[in-house]
Write a protein that binds this ligand. Structure first.
Ligand SMILES: NC(=O)c1ccc[n+]([C@@H]2O[C@H](COP(=O)([O-])OP(=O)(O)OC[C@H]3O[C@@H](n4cnc5c(N)ncnc54)[C@H](OP(=O)(O)O)[C@@H]3O)[C@@H](O)[C@H]2O)c1
Length: 245
């Protein structure tokens, strides 16, 4: 019970890495608020975990504040935020990227976590832990994903900035940067590669295989728990060694 009695908000908690993290946190005794835009998905995820579901867009100020308010109303406080939202709205290279897609990517991948972190930092009056889900795309270059990489690298600066600002208030801020983990998020990307190129992408990982959502859930658990009480401002790549090469 490494999160016994802790109150956690997980944005993007309906599917993928956020849902795996929600399940892990529930097993460790956390009380949960899950947020997502698709009502049916977030309600199903929450029901399975005895969590509170909040339907909303974390890039919308009023919505994310409502989600933080739900944690405070139901459980009296907020101890943990995991921001696991993101999109691949604009995945092209710098020459091909259109402004509308670029802005949509920044909104979902950078503004949404920023608003979530701000709302959480305001609510964490007795300390807490913020975990942002970034990406290896924010740490190393790749052929495409100009907008996504720009947004995800912004989260690195955001993490360090907040860690310094909020340290004295007992709020720790860390970032988990996953490598490729098969989820609904990258179904289209994996399908577009085909078997042969997907095998080549997989072979680029020093450990020789892709990740599992539980790899991220376990990293989030450590960073959110009191075991990491002196860990802040860290960029933790969970990527089978991809960024080590
Ligand atoms: N899977 C990977 O290989 C991988 C690798 C590196 C980084 N990541 C990062 O990991 C995070 C989670 O990805 P995932 O693989 O778990 O994808 P996913 O299954 O698509 O999960 C993303 C979740 O976020 C929700 N969401 C998206 N934008 C939102 C918003 N503005 N407000 C509220 N909810 C929102 C989505 O639900 P709704 O659409 O219903 O809102 C969805 O449940 C993302 O930040 C992604 O960039 C993933």
């Amino acid at each position: 019970m490494r999160l016994k009695d802790k109150v956690a908000l997980i944005t993007g908690g309906a599917t993928g890495l956020g849902l795996a993290t929600a399940r892990r946190f529930a097993r460790e005794g956390a009380r949960l608020v899950l947020m997502g835009r698709r009502a049916a998905k977030i309600e199903a995820a929450a029901a399975g975990l005895g969590a509170r579901a909040v339907v909303g867009d974390s890039a919308v100020e009023a919505d994310i504040e409502r989600a933080v308010g739900a944690a405070q109303q139901d459980f009296g406080r907020l101890d943990i935020l995991v921001s696991s939202t993101g999109n691949l709205a604009e995945s092209r290279n710098v020459r091909e990227t259109e402004l509308a897609g670029f802005m949509e990517s920044l909104n979902g991948n950078l503004v949404a976590p920023a608003l979530a972190a701000r709302a959480a930092a305001r609510a964490m009056t007795r300390g807490g832990a913020i975990v942002l889900i970034g990406s290896t795309s924010g740490l190393i270059g790749s052929q495409n994903r100009f907008a996504y990489a720009t947004a995800k690298s912004g989260l690195v600066g955001m993490t360090r900035q907040m860690a310094v600002t909020l340290g004295r208030d007992g709020i720790r801020v860390n970032l988990v940067a996953p490598g490729l983990i098969p989820t609904e998020f990258n179904e289209g990307y994996r399908a577009s590669l085909g078997a042969e190129r997907l095998a080549a992408v997989t072979a680029a990982y020093p450990m020789g295989h892709l990740g599992d959502p539980d790899d991220i859930a376990n990293a989030c658990l450590y960073l959110a728990s009191d075991e990491a009480k002196w860990v802040t401002g860290v960029i933790l790549a969970v990527d089978g060694g991809l960024t080590a090469g």
